[in-house]
Design a protein around this ligand. Structure first.
Ligand code: SF4
Ligand code: SF4
Length: 340
């Protein structure tokens, strides 16, 4: 597909053009951090963000999502997809969305996720500032981006816009572009290569080695040592773009006859997650925090690595920043395992 050039001065008119047609969800500043939120004004857009508190998966899989409304007559689905634009998604978050797409469509097609995903235009953007915990340059780095529609790379004087899909080409009608020159395309490639190269943190092994060594470390005392300060809050799960577990609950109205079934993000690091009730009482199959802590690494680095051909981790570093006890950094844990 084509490569276009958008001058710096034409960025705001393009964003306004998008906003005239669709709700546009994009990174905006919130106190000292950034979040993906619906743009109210075009100039709220912050393509110079380092990372967002929550990953963009929340656009298709919100932290609480109503599934059905029910009453004595029956039930109705709550899916109300509306075309929307998700803008400013970093390359590693595009990979996270591609992983979620697989999790929610492979073995069981999740209408509640896919309906919103299918009506969303995704515009990726280059990393202009690194988050201090990011290590996306050393994990799944060889995997090509997929599932997005346009990709914008900041270069001198504007943006090189790669048109990735027919859906993306439709969005060009919202702005004013010229064909990118070979020199501009080369500059964009160098910018994206440097962003990968300059990641502040780095894993010391490739996907296959990580998978084998993490799996082999199942009985290692490391999990007890590393999880000593874990207070099972689940924050490392909640901020993760590739965590996809949820809990389903019913909420009844005061009439006692109607209500809503909804789902909420769940977290395998919390002790309730692995609690099941049966005829003989309650059983917790990952009772110890070290078991839960180990499970997170087994899932990301070994079990899902088998399915995806690489760890179920984008290297975003959000979990490292979210952990009050400072023990959730995959770089520290996996590099320690690799040394064994
Ligand atoms: S495990 Fe951590 S670094 Fe990896 S994708 Fe999840 S939040 Fe990002
Ligand atoms: S964020 Fe840290 S303390 Fe909380 S569950 Fe995860 S590892 Fe444990």
């Amino acid at each position: 597909m084509t490569q276009q050039f958008l001058r710096d001065d034409d960025l705001m008119p393009f964003v306004e053009g998008l906003m005239n047609r669709y709700p546009v969800i994009a990174p905006v500043a919130k106190r000292t951090r950034f979040v993906f939120e619906k743009l109210i004004a075009a100039d709220d857009l912050r393509l110079d963000y380092d990372t967002t508190v929550l990953p963009p998966k929340k656009v298709f899989f919100p932290s609480r999502q109503d599934l059905i409304h029910f009453d004595q007559q029956g039930f109705s689905a709550c899916i109300e997809p509306q075309a929307q634009v998700l803008m400013g998604v970093h390359p590693h978050d595009i990979k996270g969305i591609a992983m979620s797409d697989r999790f929610y469509s492979d073995r069981h097609f999740d209408n509640n996720y896919m309906a919103y995903r299918q009506v969303t235009y995704i515009i990726g953007s280059s990393v202009q500032q690194h988050y201090k915990y990011a290590f996306f340059g050393s994990i799944n780095a060889d995997k090509p981006l997929s599932g997005h529609d346009l990709f914008m790379t900041k270069i001198d004087g504007g943006y090189v816009i790669e048109v990735v899909s027919d859906k993306g080409a439709e969005l060009l009608a919202c702005g004013s572009f010229s064909e990118a020159s070979p020199a501009q395309i080369a500059e964009a490639e160098a910018v994206n290569a440097a962003a990968m190269e300059n990641c502040p943190q780095k894993l010391n092994g490739g996907s296959a080695e990580i998978r084998e060594k993490v799996r082999a470390a199942y009985e290692s005392p490391l999990w007890d040592e590393m999880s000593e300060d874990c207070f099972s809050c689940g924050s490392c799960n909640i901020v993760c773009p590739t965590c996809y577990c949820f809990d389903v609950q019913d909420e009844w109205n005061v009439d006692g006859a109607s209500g809503c079934r909804f789902r909420l993000w769940d977290a395998c690091l919390t002790s309730e997650f692995s609690e099941v009730t049966g005829p003989g009482g309650t059983e917790n199959f990952r009772d110890k925090r070290a078991e839960r802590y180990r499970h997170r690494y087994m899932r990301k680095a070994a079990y899902l690595n088998d399915q995806l051909g690489g760890p179920a981790c984008t290297g975003c570093g959000r979990c490292s920043g979210a952990c009050t006890a400072d023990i959730a950094n995959p770089v520290n844990v996996i590099n320690k395992v690799l040394e064994q």
